[in-house]
Design a protein around this ligand. Structure first.
Ligand code: SAH
Length: 381
């Protein structure tokens, strides 16, 4: 549960990042939360229990870390995969903390004043080390997002090593290999939430394929194992450079060489469809177009334009893998948008799979924000 600043009626003097008790307007106790003095989300509820001391807080957090790790252990393991999200903030009862594993490196990201407190961070790191030592994780890097630190009024910081000595490695998703450089300035690492969707897309992919927002090649490299031709595009030159390096890690005799193009998908899809290009498989995984409820309409127009062009370019029997990672675009909005695109294109789409984020990004009933990724795999008639 979140409490926005605008919902607070009165508050006692509180330190940034402190443990606080929430009460309703009649003074009824509602639970214990972590406080932010600057974010619009002033309180992130941790528990309905009344925690009093720092010690109790640390114990609860350690317990939640163990529960989060045990859940990932329990999940059916994806084949030939050694990267996963181990802690996903509210979805694991640990608001403001994200931990991803890339083979032997953990990348930790604290997003709130509370989770950035040194005693909390150190304690979490110690617990992660203890729990994961036997599984080959030997290095921990802290990644920072300057924009989030600014919002939380935290002092600027750089990505840095917290434990061990290694900051770059290689990791594997579904048998596909990738580079990981934890200290690199720009966002690096993977969209681990798509891991299961890569494997699903590969099952249906065939013929001539296009990956329109390819980043470091997540979908494209999977498509290359199933298709005869793969074109992948992105606006980010640094992402494409890593994608090409990733391709070299994987190149297998008989697989097509991927054509990497630096381009804007809106422009390129328009040109390609105008020039009559056709594909058998198209993947659309754009960035979140709807960053807030306010730009939902504009976002849906953007999704529709892309999907319309893609549907038009697919041959009968072709496969469309279309995603939205905007929380504000609901599953229903997304399907309506796609229906409208199909109607405009004069084509029929049949859903093969309605998918979402990988299970290491848990969707918690009662916490709607934890369900954000939509991924529809369709065949086009
Ligand atoms: N499918 C990728 C993740 C895509 S993230 C994976 O699974 O790894 C979205 C990507 O879209 C980013 O790499 C970003 O650089 C790129 N992007 C943003 N706007 C774009 C545009 N207009 N055209 C093409 N790429 C764009």
């Amino acid at each position: 549960m979140w409490v926005y600043r605008s919902e607070i009626i009165s508050e006692d003097a509180t330190q940034p990042g402190a443990l606080v008790h929430i009460e309703d307007e009649r003074g009824k106790f509602l639970g214990t939360a972590l406080y932010s003095s600057s974010s619009q989300i002033a309180l992130r509820k941790l528990t309905g229990e009344r925690l009093q001391t720092q010690q109790q807080l640390l114990e609860l957090l350690r317990q939640r870390v163990r529960t989060a790790l045990a859940y990932r252990q329990w999940l059916p393991q994806a084949k030939d995969t050694n990267a996963a999200r181990l802690i996903f903030s509210e979805a694991d009862g640990l608001p403001g903390i994200i931990v991803d594993r890339y083979n032997d490196i953990l990348s930790l990201h604290s997003q709130t004043q509370a989770m950035d407190r040194p005693e909390i961070k150190q304690d979490m790191v110690a617990e992660l080390q203890t729990q994961l030592a036997s599984s080959g994780v030997a290095h921990i890097v802290e990644r920072v997002e300057p924009h989030i630190r600014e919002l939380e009024q935290l002092p600027p910081a750089e990505n840095h090593l917290l434990h061990g000595e290694k900051t770059s490695t290689q990791y594997t998703l579904n048998g596909v290999h990738f580079h990981y450089d934890a200290l690199s300035g720009q966002k690096t690492g993977a969209f681990l939430d798509q891991c299961e969707n890569y494997a699903a897309a590969e099952k249906y992919a065939h013929g001539k394929a296009l990956d329109a927002f390819c980043y470091q090649g997540g979908f494209a490299l999977h498509l290359a194992r199933a298709c005869t031709e793969v074109t992948a595009l992105d606006t980010s030159r640094p992402a494409l450079e890593i994608a090409e390096e990733n391709e070299k890690l994987n190149h297998i005799q008989g697989q097509p060489e991927i054509e990497w193009i630096e381009a804007n998908a809106f422009d390129l899809l328009k040109d390609y469809s105008a020039s009559g290009k056709q594909y058998d498989t198209i993947v659309l995984d754009p960035p979140a177009f709807a960053k807030s409820k306010r730009n939902l309409e504009t976002a849906l127009r953007g999704y529709k334009e892309l999907n319309l062009r893609a549907v038009k370019m697919l041959r009968p029997g072709g496969v469309l893998v279309t995603c939205s990672c905007s929380y504000h675009v609901s599953e229903q909005d997304f399907r309506q948008m796609l229906t409208a695109a199909a109607v405009d294109a004069g084509r029929t789409l049949c859903i093969l799979e309605m998918r979402t984020q990988s299970k290491d990004h848990p969707i918690v009933l009662g916490i709607p924000e934890t369900h954000y990724l939509k991924c529809l795999i369709c065949t086009v008639r």
